[in-house]
Design a protein around this ligand. Structure first.
Ligand SMILES: Cc1cc2nc3c(=O)[nH]c(=O)nc-3n(C[C@H](O)[C@H](O)[C@H](O)COP(=O)(O)OP(=O)(O)OC[C@H]3O[C@@H](n4cnc5c(N)ncnc54)[C@H](O)[C@@H]3O)c2cc1C
Length: 458
């Protein structure tokens, strides 16, 4: 029976980050992971001598917090990516430095949207009622025109009709709340406008692009020096153990129960106990492990992606390292040149490029991967991401079952899950949380203070 301050179930990014925070706070964490490695979705596989990442990932080094954390995990194996170029694309225009919809090629739309938003702000937008759909919430907050413009993009991003999402999907759909509305000059002007600074378009304007915020660009991204993005999980295992965390691999947690002094879990053939428990996976799974009744329909839908990878000549890649494609006429949402920043080539001059087609995993599995691969490759040439003469040397593809989960609108059965209470000293994130920085914010602001109050050794 292991006795620790906090049990962390799931060794993906959230579990690793929380274990680091717990160590910093002088706690004794135990991290329990079902597979034989840490990192969760941050993984890579070997293909034709390349370390190919499981989707487009990089390590954001823009804040002190992320630099501290990634520095702790990777130490001198953390490499900063030189000249990391991002872009977003709607028609054939690549806007550098962004990953949100760019409407600047439609000045009339931009002006009308900004007028709507000014009026909404003046009237004071009401907080959405519980049970509001995401699209209704977005419309009330940002106006009809913008809602109409982004709805098809959200459909492309998720593969699902956005009318079905609950307003709390906002946490995962943040891109669409940060449109670029206007030319560089207009955006710079907006920065100074009280109507839009910070609480309206603030996130956009705080994008650190020098043209908009008037300070040096600090777009900084890192990547593990070895093993592709999977090198992060391998390094995390070493570092957490060296700092005194207990890490148990190949132990799937099957049962969770509350005890008088905390929590007990059964994982594989071991029973573990602790003062508290954090479960990094969607709350509905924890509810099931607790033996609570599940609602008849799922409260959230999982969005996965079809990952397509091509081996190409390094010089074939003309576009940025990382490109979000908001054009709804094209298939892929995101293109990336994984590992090309730091090498990883099998043979001189060869590298990989990938595309992600998001959607519900079942629907993706039904689509023809070869047809998708041919279409996406042609589209990458067509938009100028690849040289017009580029030809793939080889192609591989797989469906990734889950990149994130989106909460659906509450129906009569679904409301019950939301109000279901977890036992004391048991925490699990809501399904809508997506991405690493979002988890860090949630952990530092809400989770860690609660865990410290309830579980730290007196
Ligand atoms: C293709 C793709 C692209 C993405 N792009 C981005 C991006 O651009 N930016 C971004 O910030 N985020 C991105 N994400 C999301 C990001 O990868 C995840 O938010 C992050 O990895 C955290 O994932 P997670 O730990 O919630 O889930 P996972 O990484 O899947 O980890 C959950 C862990 O729990 C383990 N587990 C499951 N059940 C049990 C059990 N019963 N007992 C013990 N262990 C268990 C699993 O084995 C796994 O290791 C992307 C994800 C994918 C797949």
């Amino acid at each position: 029976m292991n006795d620790s301050d906090i049990l962390i179930v799931g060794g993906g990014f959230p579990g690793i980050y929380l274990a680091w925070r717990a160590l910093q706070a002088g706690m004794r964490p135990t991290l329990v992971e079902a597979s034989d490695r840490l990192g969760g979705n941050l993984r890579s596989f070997r293909w034709r001598g390349h370390d190919v990442d499981w989707g487009a990932h990089n390590l954001d080094l823009r804040s002190e917090r992320t630099r501290d954390f990634f520095g702790f995990i990777l130490g001198d194996r953390l490499r900063e990516i030189p000249d990391h170029r991002w872009g977003s694309l709607r028609d054939r225009i690549v806007t550098p430095g962004f990953e949100f919809p760019d409407f600047s090629d439609d000045p009339a739309l931009c002006t009308a949207v900004l007028d709507e938003m000014t009026a909404i702000k003046a009237a004071g937008a009401a907080a959405p009622d519980t049970g509001t759909g995401w699209l209704e919430h977005y419309r009330a907050d940002r106006g009809r025109l913008l809602a109409r413009a982004v709805a098809p993009m959200v459909k492309k991003f998720t593969g699902i009709d956005p009318r079905g999402f609950d307003a709390t999907a906002e946490a995962a759909l943040g891109y669409f709340a940060r449109p670029r509305l206007g030319s560089d000059a207009q955006m710079a002007q907006l920065k100074g406008s009280a109507a839009f600074w910070d609480d309206r378009l603030g996130v956009t304007l705080a994008c650190t692009d020098a043209r908009f915020v008037g300070r040096p660009e600090d777009r900084r991204f890192g990547y593990p020096a070895e093993g592709g993005i999977g090198g992060f999980g391998a390094a995390a295992l070493e570092r957490l153990q060296a700092e005194g965390a207990t890490v148990l691999l190949e132990r799937r947690v099957q049962e969770v129960s509350a005890t008088r002094h905390g929590v007990r879990v059964v994982a594989g053939d071991s029973a573990l106990s602790a003062r508290g428990l954090f479960w990094s996976l969607p709350r509905a799974l924890l509810v099931r492990a607790l033996g609570q009744p599940l609602p008849p329909a799922p409260a959230a839908v999982r969005v996965g992606c079809r990952l397509l990878v091509w081996e190409v000549e390094r010089d074939d890649i003309l576009g940025p390292h990382y490109l979000h494609d908001f054009g709804t006429g094209r298939r892929a949402f995101r293109y990336s040149a994984p590992g090309t920043f730091l090498g990883g080539d099998a043979a001189a001059g060869l590298t990989c490029v990938m595309a992600e087609i998001p959607g519900p995993p079942e629907a993706l599995a039904e689509a023809d991967p070869e047809a998708d691969a041919q279409r996406c490759f042609a589209e990458m040439r067509d938009i100028g991401y690849l040289r017009p003469k580029a030809r793939p040397r080889a192609t591989t593809s797989q469906v990734i079952a889950s990149a994130f989960a989106l909460p659906l609108r509450a129906g009569p059965g679904l409301a019950r899950t939301r109000t279901e209470t977890l036992p004391p000293r048991v925490w699990a994130p809501e399904t809508g949380l997506r991405g690493r920085v979002a988890f860090m914010d949630y952990c530092d602001r809400r989770l860690m203070p609660e865990i410290l109050t309830e579980c730290a050794t007196p």
